[in-house]
Design a protein around this ligand. Structure first.
Ligand code: G3H
Ligand code: 13P
Ligand code: ZN
Ligand code: NA
Length: 326
């Protein structure tokens, strides 16, 4: 069924795992994610960014997700707005049938963030008005990297201040909170000079700030925390891409063992988009290299979809721990 994230997060918090939030942009991606989750009996969040709405047309996405819900009746599926940048956008998604929204005012002042988040919550939580409770995620702190059209420069990002979280949650009524502890969006999360090298010369990124996560957890006991920018940028996919006509030097992500640790803690939602893009792209590049005569989109998109499904299965079992939690 299509659900909001409330009970999903309560169970995830108690049982020490996280629910994967995967970005959807087309039919193959919706199918890949939901088939993987369905087969593993895992709850899943499908999230739609402003860019996805523009690319696919919001109505197509809503109906494709509804089809996926019908095809996978055994698992709870959340339809979530990723990085909503205004009250109006959140309202429009809620009115379109989304069961969850993110209002991301983290780039504005603290007081503006409180005010707009509070307003979105007031609308989303109005069960009397629409007969259902829509869950709301907000963000405190800013990640480095690209958030939709907003490009935060390296060094201009800021970690979440644990001193603000209690006040923020109390004043807004928000249901979950995204925090900045060193993750970032995209496939280039760190510059080489921020990393060290292991004995094989492989770049090792700076560790996530678990001290901040623990502090937040202490201030907000039982409250679900969200991690954005949590792709791991699998080097085997980067290699396939680079060996088959692509050019992605120095692509680097968050090590999966750290995300696994976070999933055991207060983190109840882990956002992954770039790894799906890499899986899709690697499969399609490989396909074209091996079959230069192919021109039927079903052939290469079929390979892409298969690979995205494998990525999602791997995340559910090896990183999130959400298998058999539906
Ligand atoms: O947070 C960013 C997500 O990966 C969505 O990216 O804005 O290019 O659709 P997008
Ligand atoms: P990645 O770019 O690390 O996949 O992050 C996705 C994300 O946070 C979407 O909101
Ligand atoms: Zn994000
Ligand atoms: Na957790």
């Amino acid at each position: 069924p299509l659900v909001n994230s409330k009970e999903l997060f309560e169970k995830a918090y108690k049982e020490g795992y996280a629910v994967g939030a995967f970005n959807v942009n087309n039919m193959e991606i919706v199918q890949a994610i939901t088939e993987a989750a369905g087969e593993l009996n895992s709850p899943v969040i499908l999230q739609v960014s402003s860019g996805a709405r523009k690319y696919a047309n919001a109505r197509y996405l809503v109906h494709m997700v509804q089809a996926a819900v019908e095809n996978n009746p055994n698992i709870p599926i959340v339809l979530h707005l990723d990085h909503g940048d205004s009250f109006e956008l959140c309202k429009s998604c809620i009115d379109d049938g989304f069961t969850s929204v993110m209002i991301d005012y983290s780039g504005h002042s603290y007081e503006e963030n409180v005010e707009v988040t509070r307003k979105v919550c007031e609308y989303a939580h109005d069960v009397k008005a629409r007969g259902r409770y829509v869950t709301v995620e907000a963000e405190l702190g800013t990640l480095a990297g690209v958030e939709d059209d907003v490009k935060v420069e390296f060094g201009k990002s800021s970690y979440t201040d644990p001193d603000q979280v209690q006040d923020f949650v109390k004043r807004t009524g928000v249901d979950s909170l995204a925090i900045a502890i060193g993750t970032s969006h995209g496939a280039y999360k760190f510059k080489a000079e921020q990393c060290t090298r292991n004995k094989d010369g492989i770049l090792v990124p700076p560790p996530l700030r678990f001290d901040i996560l623990k502090e937040v957890e202490k201030r907000l006991p039982g409250f679900p925390i969200v991690l954005h920018g949590s792709s791991s940028v699998p080097q085997e996919y980067v290699k396939i891409i680079n060996e088959h006509g692509g050019k992605m030097p120095d692509a680097i992500g968050i090590p999966e063992d750290q995300l696994r640790e976070a999933a055991k803690m207060a983190v109840c939602k882990i956002n992954i988009d770039s790894d799906l893009r890499l899986g899709m792209t690697a499969a399609i590049r490989l396909h074209f290299d091996e079959h230069p005569d192919h021109f039927d989109p079903r052939q290469y998109l079929g390979d892409g979809r298969k690979n995205v499904k494998d990525v999602v299965k791997h995340k559910i079992v090896e990183v999130l721990g959400s298998n058999n939690k539906a």
